[in-house]
Design a protein around this ligand. Structure first.
Ligand code: ZN
Ligand code: ZN
Length: 364
């Protein structure tokens, strides 16, 4: 089958013929119909990560159709429409039993034991790394059933693909992580694909003010369409002062989607006493935060890291699919561009354009 392979870090995505194994155990074979371009895959394709050495097939925003299931798979049958998610969970450890599958203590149970079963992906007899247990930049993907969720058949595949990462992360941070309540105030720093979902979810939660902060006017215009009540261009304005002014002293919840020390510090300063700061994204490098303990104590703030929107995919993905199908969650305007599997490098370049929210591979 065809797959976009990263052979060398920084060398881009090249269309190649690779081999995919047959499903064993609880694996499910998925014919990929849509695969979103998430920034995290570009980071993995350009920086060394011990878990994903090249050659690697990335792609973790996947939607498709089940074509075969392993002998022990129970959750799916051929023909099911499914969405993949990089959250790897065992279903049996204390965190999983508590519903916190995103904190699973045994995530490796969703991967193969290559010594026993061989690799899922190979090329000329040599194993290829499968990115995040998914490997969605390919015609087909072989995935443990716990990394898949069923979705309604009338959900379009490109929109469905986004549910697995960008939507789960952005919307989940607001609804699961911060648990924003009606009337509360929210700031979202970084209004790209994930940030727009945080903005949209804050609107769904009934936030009274949703302030989007970004350095690009085009991005901020789109944030308004997703439900931002106010926008602040932090390249030309003191964002902390602007947010404090707009909200009469600071917001209740500030989400840092960018994930550098400077934006997290901005989030802390634009939060009102008693408020919460949530680190949702992480830029390459990230950095260390300088925290004033007296201010933290006296202002009674909390700061929390949130991975994948504290998301439980089997609970949350159907919920977001339903919100989309009922017209509450805007996924259509996130799908800015549809590309073919050989266009991933150009697709990532297009994401630099503020008019482009998400690029999705739809032709394989
Ligand atoms: Zn992602
Ligand atoms: Zn677990």
């Amino acid at each position: 089958m065809r797959a976009a392979v990263v052979d060398v870090l920084g060398g881009g995505f090249a269309l190649q013929d690779v081999d995919l194994a047959e499903p064993v155990g609880r694996e499910v074979l998925v014919e990929v119909r849509a695969s979103g371009l998430c920034h995290t895959d570009l980071t993995v394709a350009t920086h060394a990560f011990a878990d994903f050495p090249p050659p690697v097939v990335l792609g973790h925003e996947v939607a498709g159709v089940v074509t075969a299931v392993g002998p022990d798979a129970r959750a799916f049958t051929p023909g099911d429409h499914v969405v993949g998610c990089l959250v790897q969970w065992c279903g049996e450890c204390p965190a999983c039993l508590d519903g916190r599958v995103y904190q699973c203590g045994r995530p490796g149970t969703t991967l193969r034991d290559p010594g026993r079963d061989g690799p899922r992906l190979s090329r000329d007899g040599r194993p290829l790394t499968q990115g995040m247990g998914l490997g969605g930049f390919a015609e087909r993907a072989l995935v443990h059933e716990n990394q898949l969720t069923s979705v309604p058949r009338r959900l379009p595949f490109p929109q469905a693909a986004l549910l697995g990462c960008g939507v789960l992360t952005g919307a989940g941070s607001v609804l699961n992580g911060a648990r924003v309540l009606p009337g509360e105030t929210v700031a979202v720093i970084g209004a790209g694909g994930v940030g727009l979902n945080a903005v949209g979810a804050a609107r769904i939660a009934g936030a009274s003010r949703v302030v989007a902060v970004d350095v690009r006017d085009g991005t901020l215009r789109r944030a308004r369409a997703f439900g931002a009540t106010d926008v602040v261009n932090s390249a030309t304005t003191d964002a902390v002062a602007a947010v404090r002014e707009l909200t009469g002293g600071g917001v209740r919840h500030a989400f840092d989607i960018v994930g550098v020390a400077a934006t997290t510090e901005q989030a802390l300063r634009m939060t009102a006493p008693g408020g919460g700061v949530y680190v949702v994204g992480l830029a390459a490098g990230g950095g260390d935060l300088r925290l004033s303990l007296p201010r933290l104590l006296l202002e009674q703030k909390r700061i929390q890291g949130l991975i994948m929107g504290a998301g439980n995919p089997r609970r949350d993905i159907p919920r977001y699919a339903d919100l989309y199908l009922r017209g509450h969650l805007n996924l259509d305007d996130l799908v800015s561009r549809r590309i073919a599997l050989d266009g991933i490098d150009a697709g990532y370049a297009a994401l630099q354009d503020p008019e482009v929210a998400r690029v999705v591979v739809t032709s394989f």
